[in-house]
Design a protein around this ligand. Structure first.
Ligand code: AMP
Length: 451
């Protein structure tokens, strides 16, 4: 299927061509016709599937259809997109700019942590599309500088994440102010009961489409695990940075504080490093990201939430400095390397109290991650026995992790390149830059067994 088969108008087809897209992704193929037909829609898809274009393209086309007077003076907010984080909002805003560049519409991205002045000035000049995080949007609504009473299309992106972050009351307050007659699109990676309930209250007879990201990162990404004492993790990282060509390394820590401390320590150890997390101002985050993209900083230390939506090609290494307690995060994290055709390497540091996390991860990806034993900081507890992959995972999120089995004779595959070739077809984000998408375009998508 081609984009033109989706009945998109020329200004959008040109924009898509400018982006270098050759064919629509599955979520685009499935969602675009329904949105063009004016239907409410639930899209089960996550970042990396091309979901932004799946709603932005048909929304722009609908705007062309329904907007009779496109003159500058008659602009008012007709499309409202809500997103959980500033980074995602900025990315969606950029996408609307790119896909709408041959249309007359103006978009504005609104988020907190920066001065509201430029946002208000732009609002006054008139915009058709607002992409916003809920908090700042409500602020501006409360101040009477932003009106949503003429919104015709509402899009909630990463709805599950918004609810996780406690935005439901804000979302409800915003929706109260919207006209009842509108088109509502909701995108979410998962469909927990609270999201299902939300769709019932805010949508009218929605169609539901679902995809999972392309195949698995597991086959493309070289994965390694280091069993190490917690107190030695920093030394191990600097040792590896010294020994290997880790020119653009993304390091994940569990806490903001940990991210700050580690990046300071790395910088002191002569590895240029910056941290990004939710406590950093938007300006600081964007600067850090730009420096990382340009290669000015070698190591970016991030927390999971801050790293969502980071779209940087050519990350040479991802380091799980702390293993994630949400197993799916492992797949999200490692999917950030190995993009654009590059061979990515994902290293995981596993302390004794993280061994249960590792077990859950290995059960999720259905492979044993090769163990690196040749390093100066081995765990005093040795290497644990291999995970029994046939057992069910113990739960998505662990609160605490006790010590798992001590060395019961090893038996893990040590230092192999690839620990297995089982593919993961769960809800992980395979990353997927443009080139990689093309490289794998013949791969078929699998239905999401966890949806
Ligand atoms: P998203 O899931 O919307 O964050 O998109 C993930 C990445 O896929 C972005 O870098 C998009 O530019 C890219 N993308 C979106 N649609 C297509 C397409 N049809 N072909 C190739 N790349 C695409």
């Amino acid at each position: 299927m081609q984009f033109k088969d989706l009945n998109l108008i020329d200004p959008l087809l040109h924009a898509v061509e400018d982006q270098g897209y050759t064919k629509p992704t599955p979520i685009q193929q499935q969602a675009i016709p329904h949105v063009l037909a004016g239907r409410d829609l639930i899209g089960l898809a996550q970042t990396g599937t091309g979901k932004t274009a799946a709603f932005a393209l048909p929304v722009l086309q609908r705007l062309m259809d329904i907007t009779e007077d496109r003159s500058k003076k008659k602009r008012f907010v007709q499309v409202l997109v809500l997103a959980p984080t500033r980074e995602l909002a900025a990315q969606i805003g950029d996408s609307f700019d790119a896909y709408g560049k041959h249309t007359p519409f103006k978009q504005l991205t609104i988020y907190g942590g920066v001065s509201q002045r430029p946002q208000v000035d732009k609002l006054k000049r008139g915009v058709n599309i607002v992409v916003a995080t809920p908090g700042r949007l409500l602020d501006l609504m409360d101040q009477g500088v932003l009106w949503v009473n003429r919104v015709e299309m509402l899009i909630l992106d990463e709805a599950d994440r918004m609810l996780d972050m406690g935005f439901l009351p804000d979302i409800n307050r915003i929706i109260e102010k919207l006209p009842n007659k509108r088109q509502t699109l909701l995108f979410s990676a998962t469909m927990p009961p609270d999201i299902r309930q939300l769709t019932q209250t805010i949508q009218h007879d929605p169609v539901e489409v679902a995809v999972v990201p392309e195949s698995t990162p597991v086959e493309q990404i070289e994965q390694q695990v280091y069993f190490v004492e917690k107190s030695n993790k920093r030394k191990l990282l600097t040792h590896l940075l010294d020994e290997n060509n880790m020119h653009r390394t993304l390091v994940f820590t569990r806490t903001k504080h940990g991210a700050n401390r580690l990046s300071q320590q790395l910088s002191k150890a002569k590895f240029k490093s910056e941290a990004i997390h939710g406590n950093k101002s938007q300006g600081a985050r964007q600067r850090a990201l730009a420096n990382f993209k340009r290669g000015k900083t070698q190591v970016l230390v991030a927390t999971d939430i801050a790293a969502r939506g980071i779209d940087v090609d050519d990350i040479s290494h991802v380091v799980n400095y702390d293993l994630p307690n949400e197993t799916e995060s492992y797949v999200h994290r490692i999917g950030r390397t190995g993009r654009a055709g590059a061979e990515g390497i994902a290293l995981s540091f596993c302390a004794v109290d993280e061994r249960d996390y590792l077990m859950d991860i290995e059960r999720l990806i259905q492979m044993h991650i090769p163990v690196m034993t040749e390093h100066p900081f081995p765990s005093a507890e040795g290497v644990p026995a291999p995970t029994d992959l046939s057992r069910r995972r113990s739960g998505k999120k662990r609160k605490s992790s006790g010590s798992r089995s001590k060395n019961r004779g090893g038996g893990r595959n040590h230092q192999g390149k690839h620990g297995g070739n089982r593919s993961y077809n769960g809800s992980g984000n395979g990353g997927g830059g443009k080139k990689r998408r093309n490289r794998r375009k013949n791969k078929s998508y699998q239905p999401n067994p966890q949806a």
